[in-house]
Write a protein that binds this ligand. Structure first.
Ligand code: DGL
Length: 283
């Protein structure tokens, strides 16, 4: 049996393509439908309530594409809206927090774990809570690094400016003697080299995008919903604003070309309420 339905992946914008890149690398037979909410990005500066309602709309949009699973690539949405989504919907919904936490706990030797992300992610304390729930003796050092997002989007991945910003942001991690650091934001894998340089080679950086892809593979297997067809899959990309910009910046995040990017208007789309989708996957 092969389940040819696509995997739905959403993010506040372009950053989630780092997760798509890893999913495609690991699962080349799977088809992806991606939604980037470029009209309402950033999520990282917004309240929990607002991010939750955006996340529901993003999920409903993807459900219209007959997806077999939802991957919440955005760390902010995973931190503040995952529980809300799993209460509303019945299909498998995976967030990026859990895989990063598991990898960090595996990697740490001194039980001092760092987490960097958007303000929303850090203020939610979701990473911190989960790390401590899993291992109570762990010490967590958390810092928001909001400037990393525009730097990554502008392609400033190297050089004096990004090094200086990294030095300032990561100072608390170095003083806190963390030996593993979770890159808790979609954009940070692009800054991996500069972050590693600041932290020193002894510190293990956790690339959540890679961990997420492994989690997706595991879940597809467990639920018996893998796509075993060998033909080259076609991926579809949707955004809520400025598709050409998404494409330009996105190809750097994705590491390959995007065939086409389509603009959609979530506000006017007929996806008002979960109950109106006649689909068994909505609880
Ligand atoms: N995608 C967001 C995250 O991973 C970063 C950009 C934003 O603030 O929306 O948290």
């Amino acid at each position: 049996m092969s389940d040819t339905r696509p995997i739905g992946i959403f993010d506040s914008g372009v950053g989630g393509l780092t997760v798509v890149r890893e999913v495609l690398r690991r699962l080349p037979h799977e088809r992806v439908v991606y939604f980037g909410d470029t009209a309402r990005v950033p999520y990282g500066t917004k309240s929990n309530r607002v991010v939750q309602s955006f996340a529901v709309q993003d999920t409903l949009f993807l459900l219209r594409h007959d997806v077999k699973m939802i991957v919440v690539a955005c760390h902010t949405a995973s931190s503040v809206a995952l529980d809300h989504l799993t209460q509303l919907f019945r299909l498998p919904i995976l967030g990026v927090v859990e895989p990063g936490v598991s990898a960090a706990l595996k990697a740490t030797r001194n039980n001092r774990v760092g987490i960097i992300g958007t303000r929303g992610t850090i203020h939610s304390k979701t990473y911190e809570r989960l790390l401590k729930e899993r291992r109570k003796e762990v010490t967590v050092v958390a810092t928001a690094c909001p400037l990393f997002v525009p730097l990554a989007e502008e392609g400033w991945l190297d050089g004096e400016v990004v090094r200086m910003v990294a030095r300032i942001y990561l100072d608390s991690m170095i003083r806190g003697k963390v030996d593993s650091l979770i890159l808790g934001c979609t954009h940070y894998p692009l800054l991996f080299p500069v972050i590693q340089e600041q932290m020193g080679s002894e510190v293990v950086l956790i690339d959540s995008a890679e961990e997420m892809a492994a989690g997706v593979e595991e879940r597809l297997k467990k639920d018996g919903i893998e796509n075993r067809n060998s033909g080259p899959p076609e991926h579809t990309f949707y955004v809520s604003d400025i598709p050409h910009q998404f494409r330009e910046i996105g190809e750097r995040f994705l590491g390959r070309e995007m065939e086409s990017v389509t603009q959609v208007d979530l506000e006017s789309a007929d996806l008002i309420h979960p109950a109106e989708i006649h689909d068994a996957r909505v609880k």
